[in-house]
Design a protein around this ligand. Structure first.
Ligand SMILES: Nc1ncnc2c1ncn2[C@@H]1O[C@H](COP(=O)(O)OP(=O)(O)OP(=O)(O)O)[C@@H](O)[C@H]1O
Ligand SMILES: O=P(O)(O)OC[C@H]1O[C@H](OP(=O)(O)OP(=O)(O)O)[C@H](O)[C@@H]1O
Ligand SMILES: [Mg+2]
Length: 323
């Protein structure tokens, strides 16, 4: 880093790229790549002097861990697998609601007696005596596997490192079982593999992450505060609906819907005026029912683009993590 400005690492390819760009766009901070797709440096629109490094998801994780970039978008699976003592180096700013994938233990469908990790432990304990070698697990998630198997008391196995087509390992005879990431399950099914019932090691999704090791200048901290305020405002808006209505007893109605999480951010209306509520999106129908039961004739519901608020919980949590 040649200057003290903020540097954000954004996926330049792979499964997270498109959604990561859409996420910054929604927050009013479009990712700009002036030199075209082959230029590995860009900048963020909507804010001055923020640099973007375009990298693959695994490179982003590494650069965050060593502190070469301040913020980045990557998968939780990569953070937990590839960064030793990750919580000391990486602060999870927020989940991003995309890049969902589970890291799972899967065995051949034909193993009808093996449904749980305890069953797999039994197989592992007897495997060498029966077959002349240890149970082999194909995976690129060596650290997550080691931790999870240890928690389940499985010690008698061997990892076979696999960097691609892991699901093919049992059929090809390279391993007996696998640990890999799955989203739709179609690759597992196509390879006649099943997930053990308690074999989900990690439910991963993309996160905005911050490096606790980077050099955080005053400028970089201030830029991060601005960015996180917009990100938090967009996230708040996404989980909220604006509900408007008119009733005789607005105060009584507000008290009744408060139990459903509704708030009146602009206060109670003067007599006869419209009441504006903010309601968690999942509770909108229940709130509308209650309002009509209390005499509201019409209730409108609208999506919001932004909800700016007085508190800065995301930025404050980052400051606390950076010390
Ligand atoms: N079905 C999926 N399979 C694999 N990764 C997924 C899936 N769904 C979401 N992801 C997320 O995407 C991350 C990896 O993305 P991807 O494999 O596209 O990167 P990449 O560009 O291939 O990077 P690299 O070349 O460094 O492996 C995973 O670690 C995970 O967090
Ligand atoms: O459950 P599904 O929806 O079928 O997805 C799972 C598959 O996707 C990933 O591979 P990817 O296509 O990223 O190839 P890679 O291993 O080369 O990264 C992963 O390693 C699985 O093979
Ligand atoms: Mg990949």
């Amino acid at each position: 880093m040649s200057t003290d400005r903020l540097v954000i690492a954004v996926p330049s390819k792979g499964r997270l790229q498109e959604n990561a760009n859409a996420f910054f766009e929604r927050a009013g901070l479009p990712v700009l790549q002036p030199g075209g797709a082959r230029n590995y440096r860009g900048r963020l629109g909507g804010i001055d002097d923020v640099e973007i490094a375009f990298l693959s998801a695994s490179e982003i994780t590494r650069e965050i861990a060593v502190g070469n970039v301040h913020l980045g978008v990557t998968g939780l699976d990569l953070v937990q697998e590839t960064v030793p003592a990750w919580a000391q180096k990486v602060h999870l700013v927020t989940e991003l609601g995309f890049g969902f994938a589970d890291v799972v233990v899967a065995v051949p469908m034909a193993w009808i007696d093996v449904a749980t990790m305890a069953d797999l432990a039994d197989v592992a304990a007897e495997f060498r005596a029966r077959h002349g070698h240890q149970l082999r697990i194909a995976t690129k998630y060596l650290n997550l596997t080691r931790r999870f198997f240890a928690e389940h008391g499985i010690a008698d196995y061997r990892n076979v490192e696999s960097l691609g087509a892991t699901e093919g390992a049992p059929a090809s005879g390279a391993a007996e079982a696998i640990v890999d990431i799955t989203t739709t399950g179609s690759t597992l099914a196509a390879n006649d593999l099943k997930i053990l019932s308690d074999g989900v090691i990690l439910k991963s999704q993309a996160h905005l992450v911050a490096s606790r090791n980077a050099a955080w200048s005053d400028l970089a901290r201030a830029q991060a505060r601005t960015i996180l305020d917009r990100v938090a405002s967009e996230a708040r808006a996404r989980r909220t609906r604006e509900v408007r209505t008119r009733l005789d007893d607005a105060a009584g109605a507000l008290a009744a819907v408060a139990a459903l999480g509704a708030t009146a951010p602009f206060g109670l209306p003067a007599a006869g005026g419209p009441l504006t509520l903010h309601v968690p999106s999942a509770r909108v129908a229940a709130v509308a029912d209650l309002l009509r039961a209390r005499g509201a004739a019409t209730v409108t519901v609208a999506r919001l683009d932004w909800v700016f608020a007085a508190d800065a919980e995301m930025a404050d949590a980052l400051e606390a993590a950076l010390g």
